[in-house]
Write a new protein. Sequence first.
Length: 330
Amino acid sequence: MTDKASRIDWSAIATLLSNAQHIHLITHRLPDSDGIGSQIALYHALRERGQAVFMHNYDPAPRICRYLDGAEMISYGEKIAVTGADVIVSLDAGSFSRLKMPESLCASAMMINIDHHASNTHFGAVNVIDDRYCATGAMVFDLLKAMQVPLSAAMAQALYAAILTDTSSFCNNSVTADVHRLVATLIDAGADAALAAEHAYASHKVKRFSLLKEALDTLILSHHQRASWMCLETSMFARTGCAVEDSEGFIDYARSIGVVDLTVFICQLHDAVWKITFRGKHGINVGALATSLGGGGHRYAAGCTLEGSQADVRARLEAAVSQTLQDAEI
Ligand SMILES: [Mn+2]
């Protein structure tokens, strides 16, 4: 990250943090390994410096992150258990609404917004946004260097988990030689790569595969096979006893079809609330597509939340997907 580190003044952020009295670390709703791993690594670093810090998110940490040392310290829910923070650090959240916290959150605290989504709305008082980073965890790695905190095994494991999943196991176009050098440093500091892979990819519940069968039954192609679609409804979760987090990675099956440029994964959260996830390939910009629907993300991985009936939501998605594929042909 050397070239990026020179462009972001991480020492200024380190100074802001060392002047803070009480720090709240937060990540987005339905958190992933990048949000949680970044949060835990920074938590340990601040604790190491003797600072008062706590972690609170709207949703609980996903199962695949709960093995990380420090995950048990994260509280969650609508109501923040600890009050009186003067600095809040938002990690990996593209917009304030992604935190799902009340507007009053920043009433008496300064928000530092650290994220690698190009679509970030710069909602913080201080914003450190750089979409060249493969993960927010890689940004925290540079911040820890500026803080001059030695990398402990717990920090290294948390950052490894963040980078492993956000790079789709080092398969994304965001993976550079710098990323591999960073990860080598994490392993040298005590990160266990095999343990991280086991928790991320080989710790599924048996019932997940009942849900996967149902999901695969919904797989369809459209737009002359350039788009693939999958859809999960709440009835499928109820039938199989699964939660939304058990469907993590299903979209990759639809994405892995060779001719497909764009994948849409529709997941019903409540009656009329749908979480939409997009994947792109071959130059398609699903980040722009998601932004046009009120969401955000990266060029090849993005998402949004839509409200309405399934027919209504599908019609809006159809139109937006047609436009994106058409624009890509010009
Ligand atoms: Mn991320």
